[in-house]
Design a protein. Structure first.
Length: 447
């Protein structure tokens, strides 16, 4: 079968890693596989070299960029349509919102007989403004009409797509994100060396969070939660794997919370290093607020680590609350720290106390002034020792469920290890890249 996959950016991310593993397995099965992708712009790293090393045809499509740009979008659409006419694929399989919309339109115009789209995450949610939410929802509904089948990475995602009017439930297959399961199980021997590199001792309890340092990844809740955990448990350590535009802001936040010496910022972590990193941790924390089903959750299961995660997306499909981890309520949209554009564009200025240079101070009110500029109590004592002030929700109550769950694990390492051994084997088996690819091929064949 001649298969073409299309994705917007080959950055270090779950959708991208899933797509590459699917391409690799389909090529191993003897199919002719092409991957079309836009340039990996931004600080999130690149998987382009990994794609070029695979036994597939990889083509970079320069105008296929994430930002909405009518001229580039038209160029990308025309480029994709030309590739489809030249390749004559049996299937076009799109991933991510921009590539999904342009790719499905181009495939339809090129007369591709099978058009399939994977929903790794919906581009519209309650954290957006009404106008953006309406626009993305309308575009996804229209693009779904050009699709023969949709694939969702969790049952929850499939239900949300149906509720949003993208397609009837019977047209949406649920296939969990592909993982190289053997790679994760085989990395247990790397634990001691990785912990030593982190400066973590054998008695330290290490929490690992894997996510880009971007808005809606939940770091603004994890850091205050960890500060409370560190106050209760002196051997607790937090390791943050990932990079992004908010790193200076988050480093400043850790300093103001008095835990800079207990938080490790690893920067970008290549996929081949992820198994060793998870084995080196004692627990995994996931606090992303826009998720289909975060890959780090089953990855933690393959490494026998308990997790603390927000009860959103497909987390409940893999985490049994109180058995292999803890699910905690996610913050309400009004509690979420929506960083101002200036803080995102100028993170260094956002983390300083210079006049006019601290939008985070204004955003978080009194709690923000304490954390980012130094007004009020001494560092490390707020916001935990005071009654929360109005307007400081992100640093008052929203982090507490995370702190309580993390403290339960850090307070009883033996029990935490026991929880890590209670992941359901039948659930983890569904993430195996070969099993997931077989399910994808069934979708193609049934179109």
């Amino acid at each position: 079968m001649r298969i073409v996959h299309v994705i917007t950016r080959l950055i270090l991310g779950g959708a991208q890693e899933n797509t590459l593993l699917t391409c690799r397995e389909q090529a191993r099965l003897g199919h002719d596989v092409t991957l079309l992708a836009g340039p990996p712009e931004g600080p999130e790293g690149s998987l382009v070299d990994a794609a070029r090393a695979m036994p597939i045809r990889f083509v970079l499509v320069p105008p296929l960029v994430r930002a909405v740009d009518p001229w580039h979008d038209l160029e990308a659409y025309l480029d994709l349509a030309k590739h489809f006419r030249d390749i004559h694929p049996d299937v076009v399989h799109t991933h991510s919102s921009k590539a999904g919309i342009l790719g499905r339109l181009a495939a339809r115009r090129a007369g591709v007989p099978r058009i399939v789209h994977t929903i790794h995450g919906l581009p519209f949610d309650e954290y957006q403004g009404r106008a953006a939410n309406w626009l993305y929802r309308a575009l996804e509904r229209r693009a779904s009409r050009w699709s023969h089948r949709l694939i969702a990475v969790s049952g929850d995602m499939a239900d949300r797509a149906r509720a949003a009017g993208l397609a009837p439930r019977e047209r949406i297959a649920v296939i969990y994100s592909a993982l190289d399961t053997e790679q994760f199980r085989a990395a247990a021997g790397e634990r001691d060396a990785v912990r030593q590199a982190w400066g973590a001792g054998p008695e330290d309890f290490v929490f690992l969070k894997v996510a880009r340092l971007f808005p809606l990844k939940g770091h603004e809740f994890v850091l205050p939660a960890f500060a409370e955990v560190a106050r209760r448990h002196p051997r607790a350590v937090l390791v943050l794997a990932g990079d992004g535009i908010l790193r200076p802001v988050l480093e400043s936040m850790a300093a103001r919370l008095g835990v800079a010496g207990r938080v490790r910022f690893l920067g970008l972590l290549a996929p081949e290093r992820m198994p060793g990193a998870i084995h080196a941790a004692d627990a995994v924390v996931h606090a992303g607020l826009r998720e289909g089903l975060a890959r780090v959750l089953p990855q933690a299961g393959l490494c026998e680590k308990p997790v603390v995660a927000y009860d959103i997306g497909g987390a409940r499909e893999v985490v049994r609350d109180g058995e292999n981890g803890f699910l905690v309520p996610a913050p309400l949209p009004r509690d979420v720290a929506r960083l101002p554009q200036r803080a995102v564009a100028e993170p260094a200025a956002a983390s300083t106390g210079e006049k006019g240079g601290c939008p985070l101070c204004r955003l978080f009110g009194k709690g923000g002034r304490t954390l980012f500029r130094g007004d009020g109590p001494e560092k490390g004592t707020a916001p935990f020792s005071q009654r929360p002030e109005k307007g400081t929700a992100p640093f008052s109550e929203a982090w507490r469920p995370l702190a309580e769950a993390m403290s339960r694990l850090a307070g009883d390492p033996a029990a935490a290890r026991g929880m890590g051994r209670r992941w359901p084997a039948e659930v983890l088996a569904r993430f195996d890249d070969r099993a997931a690819t077989r399910e994808i091929m069934k979708v193609y064949e049934n179109v």
